[in-house]
Design a binder for this molecule. Structure first.
Ligand SMILES: Nc1ncnc2c1ncn2[C@@H]1O[C@H](COP(=O)(O)OP(=O)(O)O)[C@@H](O)[C@H]1O
Ligand SMILES: [Mg+2]
Length: 271
């Protein structure tokens, strides 16, 4: 299988229309162990792209390859097999509010075929340690800040021992310290566990630290696909608008050697 589809994830000429075209000839790939960031304005089809990778959505045309397999025509039962390898961390965290943090993670652990009941407390503690919230086992998700809930969602995803994690806006609505922590965590999972990942984000700091490649979506099209450093060389007006808007949002608190500043080449003056 891996010979036929060398990329871990691949979109081949994917089209998807709802009331208007959302994905139009979408082509990109993610290699094993690599991280691809999907960026672009609200409503351009970032979450829809993740939905296709999970098989929650099917393309109108084109092929979707996931875990070195063409999943386009797989049944729901067959998709569940693929979803043991590829898991998603939803923006909401999608945790059970009536269960504690530990119980939320156990829920995912128990789905694992090799799960050993005896070790469950150790495994939960280890996962919480790994995501940096060792003291939250007995808390209820609703009582935790957003960033902690995202960390729990990541711990729960890891409990399934996936090959690949999809993150939908992991640092949105999170304070800067927690955002930094989540970014470091994603980087660690990539380096230490060789996890393949796709991250939908508006966070250019996360993008520069974690992503090997960037997909920029605008008006249904992929306006850019390549290494993050090359984004600043793109002539696409939508890419340039996006980068400029980010500069305004981030204000002037950037380092002298920030690639962002270099990329703009002094187009806008500092306020
Ligand atoms: N299940 C669906 N049914 C109908 N329209 C949808 C569905 N999911 C997404 N859309 C539409 O597709 C477009 C892209 O949505 P989405 O991928 O969620 O945007 P974003 O890039 O902000 O994540 C939006 O116009 C949205 O309304
Ligand atoms: Mg979205």
């Amino acid at each position: 299988m891996a010979e036929e589809y060398p990329h871990y994830i691949e979109f081949r000429h994917v089209y998807k229309t709802f009331d208007k075209p959302v994905l139009v000839d979408s082509n990109f790939y993610v290699d094993p162990g690599k991280t691809v960031a999907i960026i672009g304005r609200s409503g351009v089809g970032k979450s829809v792209s993740l939905g296709h990778i999970m098989g929650f959505l099917k393309p109108d045309q084109g092929r979707v390859i996931v875990a070195h397999e063409d999943i386009t025509d797989l049944s729901e039962a067959e998709m569940n097999r693929v979803r043991r390898k590829v898991t998603m961390v939803f923006q909401s965290g999608a945790l059970f509010d009536s269960l504690t943090v530990a119980e939320n993670i156990l829920f995912s652990l128990e789905l694992r075929e090799d799960f050993d009941e005896k070790n469950k407390e150790d495994i939960v503690a280890g996962l919480l340690q790994m995501v940096g919230i060792p003291d939250s086992a007995d808390a209820y998700p609703a009582d935790l800040p957003t960033g902690f809930r995202r960390a729990v969602a990541i711990a729960r995803a890891l409990a399934a021992e996936p090959q690949c994690i999809l993150y939908d806006e992991p640092t949105t609505m999170v304070d800067p310290i927690m955002s930094d922590h989540l970014t470091e965590l994603m980087l660690r999972l990539k380096k230490e566990m060789n996890l393949t990942s796709v991250v939908v984000t508006h966070d250019l700091d996360l993008l520069h630290r974690v992503a090997d490649s960037v997909v920029f979506l605008s008006k249904g099209k992929i306006a850019f696909f390549g290494p993050p450093g090359d984004l600043y060389k793109s002539n696409d007006p939508d890419v340039q608008d996006f980068l400029e808007l980010d500069k305004v949002i981030r204000g002037t608190g950037m380092a002298e050697n920030d690639p962002f500043r270099k990329g703009l080449g002094g187009v806008a003056s500092e306020g």
